[in-house]
Write a protein that binds this ligand. Structure first.
Ligand code: F6R
Length: 611
């Protein structure tokens, strides 16, 4: 949700910033802009993608060794050139880029207008930069001091970078609630919302903490708290590979990420599932094992696809570990008055580790004394740092906005967690544990087999690409998969789709079914198979067009469904890892055939850092 990038050093800043913005474009892509400091402080910005900005600046003077850029996902004000960042202060001596939301911007704006500040955009960010200017004027202080004082006045979330024409060899950044990473090179520094724009220059990074201000001046990095207490920067080594953030010959990141799943699932099990030794390990729960064993309840908080992974976990934890589980939308949970005790464990699931609602849900649960366990993909992310303990998913960077490999990696980690806790609690017997371990270790191969259905699914997509509605049905472990299949389709192809528990269909959605309605039914061989077969009959009787996901060798459903996609058999509890694959491919191909921008669907952003 907005990407920020900045450079200060000895190289040309502009190409570094533009390349960085392209890497961050997944975070927002409705407009982009750049500010370059070289005697003058020049701001160039354009509605649209980074490539429109590149065309716009092609003829401009972009020579500078200090600069910053922004790619926007609109919150305040429609996407246009004026609302794009960077924003100047009224005097145009200071410029800012900002990721986040300033909640008290309206009151601040009124006050600043009274002081003579002039606003051109509808953004909260322009208020922020004018506040800094006003404070500097009132206090006759340095930019650093003015930024510090301004941070005490703004309410909300931010990662900002500020440049001033009057203090030309310096770059100031600060964060609260929105991510900010600093890459440390030889006599140069790179700042960004995540490490992807940094990795090709340096692997030494510092993650800025909430309420910290970073000042880079004369080749030195100084980090202080908002209260002006100097901090020792903690330099970490990035483990990111450059290859992992490029398309590697695939037409889209989403397709690459779908095909990476055998590996990302395996990576998420690596070191945790030791088949030969018959061990399961998860470093993150070691010191909290007893808490899990004694937990009276587990509450899962997440959003979107991660919430669907949480629903799978509800089935897993109740089945295998016999702990009551509640799965909550983080955005609802945080504004309820939920009953949470010290014996509760809250599991927060997030690919990006930056989702504002999930972060706020964690803070609420923490304040009530619960133990917080995080499952994140992005190392060092805000959620990973806000939790008491946790496990990373090791899916590698997910760049396509629609989440695919993160989902299966989350389900893999949650499965391992449920197995470990179930075993410790004595609710999962040794032979059953062993059987599941073997089956889980076979999942990457089964996912590979499901991926081999790609061409077949592309042909089916051709037939349904012009549909206006889709219904997805599943029961038990396949119910969250139905929700996930529907979400994937709507977010990238803009076809309305609904996921439903198959048996609930007759309580409403059945009224929608006619000869034009494609109904995807996940009908693999499991404990509710017979019931799902009956649901298929109900759809067929109303002439719905059935696309069934079945287990290999099923001879019953092919007699009823118009299209059958066969996936390999596996244990019921592991089936979501396999049955979701054809649904990801179906949505991908339909979106491509409809000419949609698969990796950057309209109105969406990869990490939702605003509530
Ligand atoms: C769907 C999708 C979103 C995210 C949601 C949560 O494909 O990507 O629904 O799952 O915004 O994001 P994270 O997992 O980063 O907290």
């Amino acid at each position: 949700m907005c990407g920020i990038v900045a450079y200060i050093g000895y190289r040309e800043a502009c190409p570094i910033i533009i390349k960085g913005l392209r890497r961050l474009e997944y975070r927002g892509y409705d407009s982009a802009g750049i500010a370059l400091l070289n005697g003058a402080l020049n701001v160039y910005k354009k509605k649209g993608k980074v490539k429109e900005l590149e065309t716009f600046i092609a003829e401009k003077d972009t020579h500078a060794t200090i600069g910053m850029g922004h790619t926007r996902w609109a919150t305040h004000g429609e996407p246009n050139d004026t609302n794009a960042h960077p924003h100047y202060s009224t005097s145009e001596r200071i410029a800012i880029i900002h990721n986040g939301i300033i909640e008290n911007y309206a009151a601040l704006k009124t006050h600043l207008q009274q002081q003579g500040h002039v606003f051109h955009s509808e953004t909260d960010t322009e208020v922020f930069v004018n506040l800094i200017e006003e404070i500097q004027k009132q206090n006759q202080c340095t930019l650093e001091e003015a930024v510090r004082l301004a941070l005490h006045e703004v309410v909300g979330a931010y990662a900002i970078v500020v440049l001033s024409r009057d203090e030309p060899n310096q770059l100031i950044a600060a964060r609260k609630g929105s991510p900010l990473v600093i890459g440390i090179g030889q006599d140069e520094f790179f700042l960004a919302s995540d490490a992807t724009p940094i990795i090709e220059y340096t692997s030494d990074v510092v993650y800025v903490n909430d309420h910290e201000i970073a000042v880079i001046r004369n080749g030195k990095l100084d980090i202080r708290t908002r209260e002006d207490i100097q901090q020792t920067p903690y330099i970490q080594k990035l483990e990111l590979e450059l290859d992992s953030i490029e398309k590697g010959g695939y037409e889209h990141f989403m397709l690459k990420e779908i095909f990476e799943q055998p590996k990302s699932i395996l990576d998420s099990m690596r070191g945790r599932l030791e088949l030969e030794a018959g061990h399961l390990n998860m470093g993150g729960i070691r010191s909290y094992e007893q808490k899990f064993v004694n937990a009276q309840r587990i509450i899962i908080v997440a959003c979107g696809t991660s919430w669907h992974a949480g629903l799978v976990a509800e089935y897993l934890l109740e089945d295998l570990a016999r702990i009551p589980v509640e799965v909550e939308y983080a955005s609802e949970f945080r504004y309820r008055n939920p009953i949470i005790t010290e014996r509760d464990i809250v599991i927060a699931i997030s690919q990006s580790g930056e989702t504002a609602d999930t972060l706020a849900a964690i803070e609420l649960a923490k304040s009530k004394g619960a133990t917080i366990f995080g499952i994140c993909n992005v190392v060092g992310s805000s959620i990973a740092r806000a939790t008491d303990a946790g496990a990373y998913t090791h899916a590698g960077p997910e760049i396509g906005v629609a989440s695919t490999k993160a989902f299966t990696a989350q389900v893999t980690v949650l499965t391992l967690l449920a197995m470990i806790v179930g075993h410790k609690r004595g609710t999962l017997s040794e032979p059953k544990l062993r059987e599941l371990m073997v089956e889980l270790s076979n999942i990457p191969t089964k996912v590979e087999q499901a991926l081999a259905l790609n061409t077949e699914i592309e042909q089916i997509s051709e037939i349904f690409k012009d549909a206006t509605n889709f219904l997805y049905l599943g029961r038990g472990y396949n119910f969250p998969v139905a929700l996930e299949g529907a979400l994937k389709l709507k977010e990238i192809s803009y076809i309305h789709a609904e996921g439903y528990p198959a048996a609930e269909m007759k309580h409403g959605p059945i009224a929608l079914i006619d000869e034009n309605m494609p109904v995807v039914v996940i009908a693999t061989k499991d404990s509710s198979y017979e019931k799902v077969v009956s649901n298929i009959q109900e759809v067929k009787a109303r002439k719905g067009r059935i696309i069934a996901i079945t287990t290999e060798g099923d001879t019953v459903i092919p007699q009823m469904a118009e299209f059958v996609i066969e996936v390999p058999a596996t244990s019921e509890v592991l089936m979501p890892l396999v049955s979701v694959i054809p649904l990801q491919l179906l949505s991908y191909h339909i979106a491509v055939l409809r000419g949609c921008n698969v990796d950057q669907p309209r109105n969406l952003a990869k990490s939702v850092t605003v509530e």
